[in-house]
Design a protein around this ligand. Structure first.
Ligand SMILES: Cc1ncc(COP(=O)(O)O)c(C=O)c1O
Length: 353
């Protein structure tokens, strides 16, 4: 047996995505703790059993937790379990579901997506009426679910009241509400609430709860809050290739994250680093912070040449080529020094320009 070789520079930091971050040491330690002896497979292990109580504590006594591998899988399986073959899901045009999941909802789940313009990433209750009609019309996919993202792809958060109003309106149409909560922890940290207050208590039916972006190695959990909103979830999870055989290693990570306050420490820190970056760059000539910073993302518009030079030094994505908008994301392991170094580099390039 040979030792593995470290093939990357551990000092390299970027602002491309919270997916580029490392794994929190407490999560790695939890995996190591679970890594002894045999446990039953496919969720019949003690960690997955224990996870049910942890999720009930965070989401209310009716919550049921179904671990999966990734966020796209969580969305596909959630939405498939909430719909019939002829149904449609309403979502923001900018949602990850619509733009960044290779049409998995359409291809794997066979769901028609009906998109709404949502300039700040948030669907408004008023806009639901654009698609929420014609359920009995055989020529039309029937809108059955509203899917919102919390925090949104544009770094904004729905207030509990906004979620409540969407749920109320959707339910009044006989529709259900799904939350893509890949970054629900970042939203809860910003809003100063727990998870129950922004989901169960305001009428959400099902959540794709994120772990990967908040310090896990991998893993997400489908949280069913309303048992009447889903059908066949266990079979659908397997058929969608999202059933982990060694599930204990997914579940124990969530125990590390949610058993204490690690979820909040990680998310609050990532959010604080985004606010710090915003403060450092706001007011620099040619740099316009383009959206409210309410989670762990900073969006800014820069001249293309400035972006090109900065991207030669740090990894981050151009979000919108025509407008020159870029996205800078922070994570639990972004340090104050990382932010200050990056902000100083931006200021340097601005001066050079
Ligand atoms: C809001 C949102 N939902 C879902 C996902 C999908 O996660 P995964 O890449 O694990 O499939 C992402 C990933 O970036 C995301 O940002």
């Amino acid at each position: 047996m040979t030792d593995a070789t470290r093939r990357h520079d551990p000092g390299r930091r970027g602002f491309a995505s919270d997916n580029c971050a490392s794994v929190h040491p407490e999560v790695l330690a939890a995996i190591a703790l679970a890594n002894e002896g045999h446990q039953d497979s496919y969720g019949d292990d003690v960690y997955t059993t224990n996870l049910q109580e942890i999720f009930r504590r965070h989401f209310g006594q009716g919550a049921r937790a179904f671990p999966v591998f990734n966020g796209t899988g969580a969305n596909v399986v959630s939405l498939q379990s909430m719909t019939d073959r002829w149904d449609a899901v309403i979502c923001a045009a900018s949602s990850h579901l619509n733009t960044d999941e290779c049409a998995a909802a359409e291809k794997v789940a066979g769901i028609k997506l009906l998109t709404l313009d949502a300039p700040d990433g948030k669907i408004t209750v008023e806009s639901l009426g654009v698609h929420a009609w014609g359920w009995a019309n055989q020529h039309r996919a029937a809108p059955r679910v509203v899917s919102i993202t919390q925090s949104t792809e544009l770094g904004t958060c729905y207030t509990p009241d906004e979620v409540a109003r969407i749920c109320e309106r959707a339910h009044s149409y006989g529709m259900k509400v799904h939350v893509d909560g890949a970054r629900l922890a970042n939203a809860a940290a910003t809003l100063g609430t727990g998870f129950e207050a922004i989901t169960t208590a305001v009428g959400v039916d099902v959540v794709s709860f994120g772990g990967t972006k908040n310090g896990l190695l991998f893993g997400e959990v489908i949280v069913v809050l309303n048992p009447d909103a889903v059908r066949g979830l266990l079979h659908l999870r397997k058929a969608a290739m999202q059933l982990a055989s060694k599930m204990r290693f997914v579940s124990v990570q969530f125990e590390a994250l949610l058993g204490g306050d690690l979820w909040l420490r990680n998310a609050s820190h990532a959010n604080a680093m985004a606010r710090r970056l915003e403060e450092r760059v706001r007011g620099l000539p040619g740099v316009e912070v383009s959206r409210p910073v309410q989670a762990n993302a900073v969006f800014a518009r820069l001249p293309a040449e400035l972006t090109r030079r900065l991207q030669g030094r740090f990894h981050f994505y151009t979000w919108d080529v025509p407008t020159g908008e870029v996205r800078w994301m922070t994570a639990f392991d972004t340090t104050e020094a990382d932010v200050d170094t990056f902000a100083a580099a931006i200021a340097e390039e601005v001066r050079a320009a």
